[in-house]
Ligand binder design. Structure first.
Ligand code: NAD
Length: 309
């Protein structure tokens, strides 16, 4: 089967969605990038007399995600011309536009309920043969596809990009039991040849391969630092440049991932492996909970383990 991916939909304009949109647009393919419309006004919007129905307000979240990605260093955008290939919209007014897409990738919050609801909506709107993938960090694909038709599940699988997707070459593809091997093979070819990815096909196990290792290491580190009273800067001094990782010291990396994202991934894994001997490592810890409650979510909000990220 030949698949022509000529238009792509990306849902969720956070750390990953906006950067995936940029990656795809960088290859010359037009992208529609959607996020939710806001549920409340900012003080500035109120002062201007805007309402929640104003077009400028409706697209505020997607616009902010896109701008954050545009300003990120290193940049995810190949050029400003690339940005023109990305159309911004929201999941209420513009969802129908996903019917134009040959591949739709979901990059929303790492929670089962919202991802399942989104798939139910996508089942209604996607055109026959359109591929739908999820960027989940570790929720099993069969769970996200629960309740969907056989036709949907044949065209659905995991496409787990690593952060930042422009620079990290690895792409995990996770076919559930029902994915059509010909569709997966066609997408793999697209990912390798057009997106320049190095693909690893993974089994549909919680956290797949990369995150089973990374999240374990991240959790062990936080727990160890807490237990022994190490400061964030001390841990990073020992796990960064000193051992040849100039840009990826441990807590800096967690700020880049997003502390809420890491917390969701760990919590999902904790629930998914009741009999695993490593399970306790993924229990929520005080430090992460405190930061999430205070809205200190890492690089995406400018503050996390570090004050300014
Ligand atoms: P994020 O918190 O930066 O962004 C999530 C975005 O999704 C937000 O803008 C939010 O408004 C939007 N959103 C939430 N519910 C939505 C809905 N129902 N419809 C549309 N938009 C919705 O998160 P992220 O870091 O970009 O992660 C997105 C996905 O990618 C998650 O599944 C995460 O586990 C996965 N992932 C994250 C990383 C990482 O390093 N951050 C790496 C690989 C995979």
């Amino acid at each position: 089967m030949t698949y022509q991916i000529k238009r792509v939909g990306v849902i969720g304009a956070g750390t990953m969605g906006a950067a995936i949109a940029a990656l795809v647009a960088g290859t010359g393919i037009p992208v529609i990038l959607l996020d939710v419309p806001p549920s409340s006004l900012t003080a500035e919007e109120e002062a201007k007399g805007l309402t929640l129905n104003h077009p400028q307000v409706r697209n505020r979240i997607v616009q902010q995600g896109f701008e954050r990605m545009r300003k990120a260093r290193p940049s995810n955008l190949y050029s400003e011309r690339t940005a023109e290939l990305i159309t911004l919209g929201n999941t209420e007014d513009d969802f129908h536009r996903l019917a134009e897409c040959d591949w739709i990738v979901e990059a929303i919050v790492e929670q089962i309920g919202p991802k399942q609801s989104l798939m139910a909506r996508l089942e209604e709107v996607r055109k026959p043969h359109a591929i739908v993938t999820t960027n989940t960090s570790g929720i099993p694909i069969r769970i996200i596809a629960e309740g969907r038709s056989e036709a949907f599940r044949r065209h659905f699988f995991g496409s787990h990009f690593f952060n930042p997707p422009r620079y990290l070459r690895l792409l995990e593809i996770i076919p559930g039991d029902d994915a059509d091997p010909a569709v997966v093979a066609a997408f793999r070819q697209f990912a390798e040849e057009r997106l320049g990815k190095g693909v690893v096909i993974c089994k549909d196990r919680p956290n797949f391969i990369g995150n089973r290792i990374f999240v374990y290491a991240g959790q062990v580190l936080i727990n160890y630092a807490l237990q022994h009273g190490y400061r964030v800067e001390e841990v990073d001094a020992l796990t960064g440049p000193l051992i040849g990782r100039p840009n990826t010291a441990s807590f800096r990396l967690l700020d880049q991932v997003g502390i809420d994202v890491m917390a969701y991934v760990a919590a999902n894994l904790y629930d998914a492996i009741p009999d695993d001997e490593s399970r306790d490592v993924y229990r929520q810890n005080d430090l992460t909970q405190k930061l999430v409650a205070a809205g200190k979510l890492g690089k995406k909000v400018g503050q996390g383990f570090y004050k300014e990220v």
